[in-house]
Ligand binder design. Structure first.
Ligand code: SF4
Length: 274
């Protein structure tokens, strides 16, 4: 215990989770349900099932990532078939028996939805880079919160113009986001603003979510998150508290009708002695 108390934060994180950093997705999983975080990151239980919507979201991400990678390499934008081939690859990497489909979804209906979404993406301004693409799925890491492990961020898209650096996080969503929803989700981008600042010390940083909807007629909305230093500091203090909860091994179930139905750890959760 004494050794743990004097361990620097990165080592402490590695000791607990096997990773010498923290990521926003891990922190936000802890905020949703500390016990689910424990099963995934501390106990290292494998996830026997994965929801089809999660696989779908990463397959769309992969197709969009391919599009911007081609632009970054100086090539023409890929055609729809090339994007759909990337989408398919993401599904092929999954064991179909482990994918949990919702009652109205199957592979075919999701493939049709992907075609509509990617067609909409190709015709939207967002698909045409307004500056120089300097990163796609770029991993950045930094010690931005004293006393906490390094924060690792995987940034979907980084575009540099003469005046600014545009940091974009791509989301897929059942419906269009409201202004409040974008504001409430802004913590992730605000942390990323701290990670990207050293890349362009003299330029403005602009943060945005690009939200692709999974609706009949898919839409793409760009929501800007203002870089407000007070909000950045608040997010950093929240991360600090969440990390200290993890470090103190404060793990407990936080059941909710939103999270439990799709939780891959329902069985170990019901057996957890408390
Ligand atoms: S089933 Fe619910 S309470 Fe249990 S670990 Fe999963 S999300 Fe948490």
């Amino acid at each position: 215990l004494i050794q743990r108390l004097i361990e620097p934060a990165n080592q402490k994180a590695e000791h607990l989770t096997g990773r010498n950093y923290i990521s926003y997705s891990a922190l936000s999983l802890y905020q949703q349900c500390p016990l689910r975080y424990y099963f995934k990151y501390i106990a290292g239980l494998s996830e026997r099932t994965v929801s089809a919507s999660l696989v779908f979201g990463s397959a769309i991400h992969r197709a969009v990532e391919h599009h911007f990678n081609e632009l970054m390499a100086g090539n023409e934008p890929p055609c729809l078939d090339a994007l759909l081939a990337e989408y398919d690859k993401a599904w092929q990497e999954r064991n179909p028996a482990e994918v949990h489909f919702g009652k109205d979804d199957d592979l075919e209906s999701l493939a049709q939805l992907a075609t509509r979404m990617l067609t909409g993406f190709q015709s939207h301004e967002f698909s045409k880079s307004p500056g120089t693409i300097i990163g796609v799925e770029e991993e950045l890491r930094g010690n931005i919160i004293p006393g906490c492990p390094d924060v690792l961020g995987r940034i979907d898209l980084l575009i540099e113009t003469t005046e600014e650096l545009v940091v974009t996080d791509l989301k897929t969503s059942k419906s269009r986001w409201s202004k409040n929803q974008a504001e409430d989700s802004g913590g992730q981008l605000l942390l990323y603003s701290e990670l990207t600042r050293p890349l362009v010390p003299s330029k403005r940083i602009r943060l945005q979510f690009a939200v692709l909807t999974k609706t009949k007629a898919p839409a793409i909305d760009l929501h800007e998150v203002p870089v407000d230093q007070k909000r950045v500091d608040r997010v950093k203090r929240i991360v600090d508290r969440v990390w200290h909860g993890i470090e103190a091994e404060m793990f407990y179930p936080a059941p909710s009708p939103m999270n439990c139905p799709t939780c891959p750890f329902r069985s170990p959760c019901s057996k957890w002695p408390g």
